[in-house]
Design a protein. Structure first.
Length: 280
């Protein structure tokens, strides 16, 4: 079991996790954790032993340089940090790289740590490539261990069947440990898959806001998302085939979007606006 460093007794803690790699199209999900670590001044409390879970010929360590001199080696691993919100609630943030081996042992260790910290709710973040137009709101699908929670959160139910990543295995292990578990997946347009994908990161952050019932400072993300969309628009205008493909996706998306669903989305955005305004 990993040893924790200087962790106080946590207050109603919730765990939010994302993993780089297969589960992280456009680095949208890991971007959420990095943002939260920064704006909440998260404190590192633990990391898993990389020798147990990584093949260093596949996921190689990184040599970092500062002023022309080697600062050392950063090993691929999963790191855990902790932050206390202004509301007094605690959040445990998990930022990892999808392990290369021993997935069941990896999940047992993480679930054991989660229980040790007193966490009862787990939020898992992922991003996948999809036939989604970049000009429309980013779709976020979800799955939950509790019946009805996906509907309560106004999420589109995830219906994926097929190969899974560490996120799917960890979701299963968490649910079997009687932890309330929610997974959120943002759809990143496959024709602009290269990272970063700030619009998808922003969409996931807003869902995390809803889950935690807290206002999250967004920093430069809204502006970065607008700049990203404008940049993709410019690229599409230079290629008639891409522009036509985007129009086709827009038509399909608009035809499938129910009026009542659009009304719900507008209402949720207005609620977020009021909450953010009240938070000053």
């Amino acid at each position: 079991m990993v040893e924790l460093e200087s962790v106080p007794e946590l207050v109603d803690p919730v765990l939010v996790a994302a993993f780089e790699g297969w589960n992280d199209a456009g680095e949208a999900a890991s971007g959420v954790i990095q943002h939260l670590e920064t704006i909440w001044d998260a404190v590192p409390i633990a990391e898993l032993d990389p020798d147990d879970y990584y093949d260093f010929q596949v996921t190689r360590p990184i040599v970092e340089m500062v002023d022309g001199e080697s600062r050392g080696i950063t090993w691929p691993t999963t790191r855990i940090s902790w932050a206390r919100l202004p509301t007094g609630r605690d959040v445990v943030l998990v930022h990892g790289i999808e392990p290369n081996m021993r997935w069941r042992s990896f999940c047992r260790e993480l679930v054991g740590l989660t229980i040790q910290l007193g966490v009862e709710k787990v939020v898992l973040l992922g991003a996948l490539l999809a036939d989604a137009p970049h000009t429309r709101p980013v779709p976020v699908t979800g799955a939950a261990s509790e019946a009805g929670l996906v509907t309560t959160l106004h999420l589109e139910p995830a219906r994926y069947e097929g190969p899974t990543g560490i996120l799917g295995v960890l979701q299963d292990a968490s649910a079997k440990a009687d932890l309330s578990t929610v997974s959120l997946w943002a759809a990143v347009p496959h024709y602009v898959a290269q990272p970063p994908s700030p619009k998808a990161t922003l969409a996931l952050l807003r869902r995390v806001e809803d889950l935690l019932d807290v206002t999250i400072p967004l920093g430069e993300l809204p502006e970065e998302a607008r700049a990203w969309e404008n940049g993709v628009n410019e690229l599409a205008e230079e290629d008639s085939e891409v522009a036509e493909y985007v129009r086709t996706l827009e038509e399909q998306k608009d035809a499938a979007e129910l009026p009542e669903a659009s009304g719900d989305a507008i209402a949720r955005e207005f609620e977020r606006y009021l909450r953010r305004r009240d938070a000053g």
